[in-house]
Design a protein around this ligand. Sequence first.
Ligand code: UGA
Length: 510
Amino acid sequence: MYNTISHWQNGVAQRAIAFGKLLLELGMRISVIGSGYVGLVTAVCFAELGHDVTLYDNDPTKQDVLRQGKSPIHELYVSELLKRHLGTKLVLSDALPESVDQSEAIFVAVGTPPTENGEADLSYVESVAREIATNIKDYKIVVGKSTVPVYTSEWVRRVMLLNGAPANLFDVASNPEFLREGTAVTDFLYPDRIVIGTDNLACEERLRKIYEPLVSGSYYSRADAIPAPTPVSGPARLIATTAKSAELIKYASNAFLAMKISFINAVATLCESVGADVDQVREGIGSDSRIGTRFLNPGLGYGGSCFPKDLSAYRAVARECGYDFRLLEEVMRINNDQRERFLRKVRNVLWTLKGKRLGVLGLAFKGGTDDVRESPAVAVVKSLMDEGCKIQAYDPAAITNAREILGSQHIEYVASALDAAKDADALLVLTDWEEFRSLDLAEVRRLLHYPIVIDGRNMFSPDTMAEHGFIYTSVGRPDVVHEIPGVKSGSGRPQKPVLRTPPVETVKAP
Ligand code: UGA
């Protein structure tokens, strides 16, 4: 870690190390309410920064798993941090009053699931606020980590006052998280920015103290620090805002990222119609530093527990505040269309679907996670099963979760990508797991019944697929097709494939 910050002034680094050591001794007492995805990562990372953390949850099943030192989620470094800190810097609790009592800062990370009309259900946040209010004995800050609509901090304050919490004993803040599943721990410890939103100076000071090891950079000087995903260019940036601004920053960030994805997906559709290559277009637009290439990967569209839910909630919040944010509706529409377009491609290539055996690579909503919530892959598989296909699916981590949604009829869960390809009429790539990039393509081709790969995540280059003799369709790029349609020549061997850019379908006028 030291050499990554060698360009820093020596004196500054030394002072930061000394300050970091002091902080380790003076860590704050923090409670995290809710051991879901955000709560668990927040708790282990605060412990890693040297704070004394109590992680509260009222779900005995989750508590049992954690008590055994196991992570209930598939997330890099969480198990390691549990091992480092459980029983020392991190303790578990199933008693909220006790957790409140022991802490100077309470981070609320309970769920905010969507209601039927797309709004965020804040009933868990409210009930936690009530419980904190009735148990408060000395000054605490109550910090919102859950993704919530603007005004939530204000409502939390009001609920606490109504439930008897003295105004001088607490302040409320918003500290949104920007963690991605799969890289949540390093996103927490090496953030682009930390946003703390509060309307009170004492509260801001406490939050600054909590994040000090990242803002001073002292954490990055520790020999046992979790390794940075990319070289550290300097300490984390902290942005102090009002509570309302912080709440808006969270929704607006997710909406903007989702918009980038839908934008490139719309561009990819156009590429298919005119015979352009979205990879080239992406490079061309993304190399403008004002735009950037990140989150400009076309594919099956976004899924997961955040973007779909947050966009609906943001749209609902805007409407409630008197603004019709129609752009968000279009972002969602384009996103849903991507799955339909993919299904049309499968039909185009395979003609009839009933009785076809399809190999599927990936079920998680993205690579690096076992999460299948709102997974485009699961939605596509469901549609194909409804149309009478037999599926043999492989995912490195998400099979257990996928089975709960997809069941076991008409689908077989297999142990490897090659098993998914075996005797299949086509191989479908639905999730961008890194390990798929290094597949033995020659072996895949040998195992497939027909050499057809339909790639919803653009994991392979059309040229490589052509060299291996595949018929290959991806998103926004030239198809690899055979000179003579009909798939197999008289010898039973496929014709040499060529790159072609047939318009998959014409763009409909708006
Ligand atoms: C997202 C945000 O990236 C985090 O900053 C945020 O904290 C989090 O939501 C949240 O609100 O809690 P996450 O849902 O874990 O994180 O996943 P992302 O990596 O953002 O991917 C979301 C979806 O977009 C995935 O289905 C992914 O496959 C898709 N995606 C992403 C694309 O289709 N193209 C891209 O270029 C990038």
